[in-house]
Ligand binder design. Structure first.
Ligand code: NI
Length: 174
């Protein structure tokens, strides 16, 4: 297992659509372990394979709180089958967009069909944080980021700010 580097905006890879998985083989299982290790290391609650530069439709999620037992969930080739009309708003961040939080309105409940780590087809009805997180991660598989919910002007400002801070490796936040 290893902790992978997470790619950040404006890396063009993040805009690409990920490919479906034909079979859950050893490579995929190793990738899933790395995704979990990377996600936990960076204190994320979800991570898509594209965020470590692998264009496969795989994502991992764990929305359990810190003092609870871990609840790792793996979604392979996830498809949203149904969404509720009722929406909810969360302030969302993203490991690929440092220091940026955006309020996003999404369907409150979603039903997803996916393949689990053992290669079995599953269905899951998700609500609350899990539903929001899953929709955010599935967006990643289609090359869509939280900043795409903003106007071009706001989006460009955020990307400019992040690109600038990358050029100043000595910068500290206190
Ligand atoms: Ni994200």
């Amino acid at each position: 297992m290893s902790i992978k580097d997470i790619i950040t905006v404006p890396d063009e890879t993040l805009k690409k659509k990920s490919d479906s998985i034909e079979k859950v083989g050893l490579n995929e299982k190793k990738l899933i372990k790395d995704l979990f290790e990377t996600m936990y290391h960076y204190n994320g609650i979800g991570l898509a394979a594209v965020q470590v530069g692998v264009l496969k439709r795989i994502l991992v999620i764990d929305v359990s709180s810190k003092d609870e037992k871990k609840e790792p969930l793996t979604f392979i080739n996830p498809i949203i089958k149904k969404v509720s009309n009722k929406t909810s708003i969360h302030e969302e961040g993203c490991l690929s967009i440092p220091d940026t939080f955006i309020e996003i309105e999404r369907p409150k409940i979603c039903e997803v069909e996916y393949i689990d780590i053992n290669g079995n087809m599953k269905n899951l009805k998700c609500d609350g944080l899990l539903s929001t997180c899953l929709q955010h991660e599935i967006n990643h598989l289609d090359g869509k980021l939280i900043i795409d919910h903003l106007s071009k002007l706001k989006r460009d400002l955020i990307i400019k700010k992040i690109s600038k801070s990358k050029k100043n490796p000595d910068r500290i936040i206190v």
